[in-house]
Design a protein around this ligand. Structure first.
Ligand SMILES: [Zn+2]
Ligand SMILES: [Zn+2]
Length: 415
């Protein structure tokens, strides 16, 4: 169910982003080579606290020995505290969930990304030791371990962690994008029962994913997969738990004892990098009815299949049926996508409203326009209400927000 209006945070509910990468350790040594060096363990927690308003953050490069050293130091100097029910607490505010994204390889050669989460620091250290046998350079992010996803699950499960398949429709590195048409072709039935959630990825949303009947029992996660501080929280979840801890998170993913994900907030999938099929020869991104497997412009079959096109292919055109437990999915445009918002404007907004969550969810048109003018206030409110015109992304290029709203010029809309 895609809903346009946004509700705001209630008691016992927390904003959560469970997929943030680390660029480097505190000494500047690389962890994720393609990510910003500013993304250190401590900086992520600080950014969530001071600018993003994210209460629970999953950091997915914690098995890197460099990061383990950083975490150990932060615990020792009292900046991070271990929580009894799992997770770490930063400055008594942000909860950090310790995770590791690893690439697995099926016998067919298909590659996919899986995220393992663990409750305690000692667990992720143990996991790191275990993975050292399978990964060439464990200091670096999202490395291939040569194991199948099923074999990898046994390691994670054996160490008391959970496995969550990452961005499951993305071409090249995901379950449906690169490996199989059905989860049951990759995992045994008892493993499938122990996977509490799947991550949708930026180019998909609930409506698209619920066209696959096989996914109806899973909780859906919308996470940022941030490679820079600014992109933390471009997708996130609103979670209802008693306390922000690992054990409570687990209950919420399993939808037990009243704990649950209340809402998913994500980019319109058109803004994702892989929404439509993209031609590698002439750079055309498909606009016609999905599925498109061949370039509409030059006829080339050298294409990167779009997430939308792939979902239509494997769902065999099944209509979307969302199960009763499925929370609403709110399309929203992160501030970094809104036209005209550069670094200076962002700084002004942050210094006045505190966090991105406040700006996106709470500030009124009048308040925003006082700080940055009417035009940007119009665009932020239009983004909040899903009223901006979007041009679909593909082949690794993000979709775009057109500066004009559809109310101004409906003929601009390509869809
Ligand atoms: Zn990934
Ligand atoms: Zn082409």
């Amino acid at each position: 169910m895609v809903v346009k209006s946004i509700n705001i945070q209630q008691e016992n509910s927390f904003f959560m982003d469970l997929h943030v990468h680390i660029g480097s350790d505190q000494h500047g040594l690389p962890v994720k080579v393609t990510a910003s060096r500013e993304l250190t363990f401590a900086n992520i927690a600080r950014e969530c606290q001071t600018r993003k308003g994210i209460d629970i953050v999953g950091i997915v490069d914690c098995a890197s020995p460099r990061v383990i050293d950083d975490i150990g130091q932060l615990i020792q100097n009292g900046e991070m505290k271990e929580i009894h029910d799992g997770g770490l607490r930063y400055h008594d505010t942000v909860t950090v969930i310790l995770g590791s994204e690893i690439e697995t390889r099926e016998k067919s050669g298909g590659l996919s990304h899986q995220i393992a989460f663990f409750p305690y620091f000692v667990d992720i250290r143990e996991f790191s030791k275990r993975m050292n046998k399978f990964v060439t350079n464990l200091n670096l992010s999202s490395q291939n371990c040569g194991l199948t996803a099923q074999e990898f699950f046994h390691i994670v499960n054996g160490l008391g962690g959970i496995l969550i398949p990452a961005h499951v429709f993305t071409p090249y590195k995901s379950i449906f994008g690169n490996c199989v048409d059905r989860l049951k072709d990759m995992f045994t039935p008892s493993t499938i029962q122990k996977i509490p959630a799947i991550e949708l990825g930026l180019s998909a949303d609930t409506d698209l994913a619920d066209s696959l009947e096989e996914l109806s029992e899973f909780t859906f996660l919308t996470n940022s997969d941030a490679h820079s501080l600014g992109k933390i929280g471009r997708e996130y979840n609103l979670i209802q738990v008693e306390q922000p801890t690992y054990q409570e998170l687990l209950l919420a993913l399993k939808r037990e004892n009243g704990r649950k994900i209340i809402a998913n907030y994500g980019l319109d999938p058109k803004l994702g990098k892989y929404h439509r099929t993209h031609c590698e020869e002439c750079n055309h991104t498909a606009v016609g009815l999905p599925p498109v497997f061949q370039c509409e412009r030059c006829g080339s079959k050298k294409v990167t299949k779009g997430v939308l096109d792939r979902i239509v292919e494997i769902s065999q055109g099944r209509k979307t049926i969302s199960p009763l437990h499925r929370p609403p999915y709110y399309h929203q445009v992160a501030l970094s996508f809104v036209p005209g918002i550069g670094k200076k404007t962002l700084e002004k907004l942050f210094s006045y409203f505190g966090t991105e969550m406040n700006i996106l969810h709470k500030a009124s048109h009048q308040e925003i326009s006082k700080v940055v003018g009417f035009k940007i206030a119009d665009d932020i409110i239009a983004a909040r209400n899903g009223e901006l015109t979007l041009i679909a992304g593909g082949g690794g290029r993000y979709g775009k927000v057109s500066a004009k709203s559809p109310k101004e010029d409906a003929s601009d809309c390509l869809f």
